[in-house]
Ligand binder design. Sequence first.
Ligand code: ATP
Ligand code: LTN
Length: 329
Amino acid sequence: MKPRVFSGMQPSGNLHIGNYLGALKNWVRIQSDYEAIFCIVDMHAVTVYQNPDELRAKIRELAALYLAAGIDPKQSTIMVQSAVPAHAELCWMLTCVTPVGWLQRMTQFKAKAAEQETVGDGLLQYPVLMAADILLYQAAIVPVGEDQTQHLELTRDIAQRFNSLYGETFVMPETSLPSVGARIMGLDDPTKKMSKSAPGSGHAVALLDPPATIRKKIMRATTDSAPGVDFDVLSPGVANLLGIFQAFSGWDDAQMRAHFSGMRYGELKKQVADMVIANLEPLQKRYNEIVSEKGYVDAVLREGAERVTPIANATVELVKRRMGLYTPC
Ligand code: ATP
Ligand code: LTN
């Protein structure tokens, strides 16, 4: 049997090249080596307010983007978190073994809480729900971008604590980061991670941006005042542009140095824009085909939920038995 992989994204905001290079591209690459489950984590999205109609549409848009990027629904499972109630059930059980101090220390919680007037309990519980997503399927590997490594450490801590309290139950999941592209920075401010929820039209390249918009955003990206690329002193903005190119092209470090050393920033940006556009155009074409096929995305999601529900329910059943919760004889 192949080892299991699980990962997910929130159906909030517009998917950008950071999400693609940090996670989605990796998912496509490894899907044939594993039994893969790719989730649309809508219950994570509602930890901050979402407009209900927009959320409904975003769930399907995200599923179509998974498919357009190359997730093969015959090989891998695409499913929506809220369609499988076991995610919420296991989350509660894990909540009961998680010290609140562990959650208050999470950097994502601290950053997101600082943006809110009143902080919902869901925002604090966010990483426990993420742990439930992963542990429910006894996933061995979790491919994510670098910003999720702390949440994955917490997942392992929660699993360990549960195992030591109630006996060996959960597999310890490993984090899988891409070698290039694990942390793409904002084009307008390369000291901040490119993020779906960040404001500003020059911040992120969305996967569905038209080519002219992609080019405009990249040509306006923040660099520095040096005349051209010097690999010995790369400013964050230039390093970010080179990282984007390298992640899309798959070039090694020697190829990057040989090609870009001394290049003026205007030319660098032009070549980065060409590379991004050439990679996103086929994805966008497939996306348009997928959404024009009425009912297709919903059928994929329905089948995905059906496929994983027995696995998820079996884990909840096991956890109930371990904890002494009621299970009918
Ligand atoms: P938000 O800003 O709303 O929190 P996000 O852009 O961080 O959203 P998520 O849905 O939280 O997006 O993340 C989906 C996946 O994309 C995760 O695996 C995450 O690690 C990865 N990811 C997000 N931003 C980046 C980035 N800038 N570079 C590389 N990977 C990223
Ligand atoms: N918190 C993750 C999304 C997420 C996830 C998961 C990723 C929710 N559950 C399980 C991997 C495995 C994020 O990217 N913001």
